[in-house]
Design a protein. Structure first.
Length: 293
């Protein structure tokens, strides 16, 4: 085959140049773009980047200073399946942020400033498989039904947050969950937490870094692992009564005593009335007999 002539070479150069120009036009400033992928890692972005190609499936915004994800701009990326936002400044209210990216499978929000997770935070992500919200030290609350719609969830990481409590039903009702990260949290191991600990020990899930899933409070249980805590809580919560329990039992006893006293008093009154009525009837019968004679 003969080498390409000058016109062909010029045509190739022109096409390559056009392709490069188009890539620059379609790619956000400071980011690198490949086929269906936009990577903006470590670009010190303060805001969500503009001009992201609408057919993007993988968007990486890691290690920036983004504090807000605009729901409208995200909703244009209807084919997005992978979103990496770790190491940013996201926090406060993320409710309804992901309403337009229903195909999302992977979401990483670790190393941010999340404070809570409600039902409205991830409820529209019906295809979500991996969710990482670890290393959010201000995350103190996850609602009981926060993941009710995320039935495909297999990997959930809430390690190293400010959580002190998690309702067992929040994760127990996820049929496809296989991995759950819980280490280095501020778990408050009281009787209310016993149900979650029991579920942990009986489930077949994988708990990464299990040696660091320990109690933070109360002081008597600090640094104890969950299996050991379960035995102690069983003995203390299920066999001992608290002050409010004694008050309740005292009130029940008083009510029973009062009810018994009132019943005896009423029974006595009824007996007296009956006796008086019977005696009066007998006297009247005797008087009638005397009159007849």
């Amino acid at each position: 085959m003969s080498p390409p002539g000058r016109p062909q070479v010029l045509r190739l150069v022109f096409l390559v140049g056009m392709g490069t120009a188009l890539e620059r036009i379609d790619c956000p400033s400071g980011c690198s773009c490949r086929y269906l992928e936009v990577n903006c890692t470590g670009q010190r972005l303060q805001e969500f980047p503009a001009a992201i190609p609408l057919d993007t499936r993988q968007l990486i915004l890691a290690a920036n200073n983004v504090s807000y994800l605009p729901a409208v701009e995200l909703s244009f990326l209807t084919d997005l399946v992978y979103l990496d936002c770790r190491k940013n400044l996201l926090g406060d209210d993320l409710d309804f942020t992901f309403i337009g990216v229903a195909k999302l499978v992977y979401l990483d929000l670790s190393f941010n400033n999340l404070t809570q997770v409600t039902f409205s935070t991830f409820s529209h992500l019906l295809s979500l498989v991996v969710l990482k919200i670890s290393d959010n030290p201000n995350l103190v609350a996850i609602e009981k039904d926060a993941f009710a719609n995320n039935t495909w969830l297999r990997h959930l990481d809430v390690s190293r947050t400010g959580l002190t409590f998690l309702d067992a039903s929040t994760v127990r009702d996820l049929p496809n969950l296989r991995l759950l990260g819980l280490s280095d949290n501020l778990w408050h191991c009281n009787c209310s937490f016993l149900g979650f600990i029991t579920w942990m020990t009986e489930s077949n899930l994988h708990f990464p870094d299990a040696d660091n899933i320990t109690c933070y409070t109360p002081e008597s249980l600090r640094a104890l692992k969950m299996p050991a805590v379960e035995a102690q809580l069983h003995s203390s919560c299920l066999t001992q009564l608290h002050k409010r329990d004694y008050i309740f039992l005292g009130l029940i006893g008083f009510c029973i005593f009062f009810a018994g006293t009132m019943a005896a008093w009423l029974a006595g009154i009824c007996a007296v009335i009956y006796e008086v009525h019977t005696s009066k009837g007998e006297e009247e019968d005797e008087e009638e007999e005397e009159e007849d004679t």
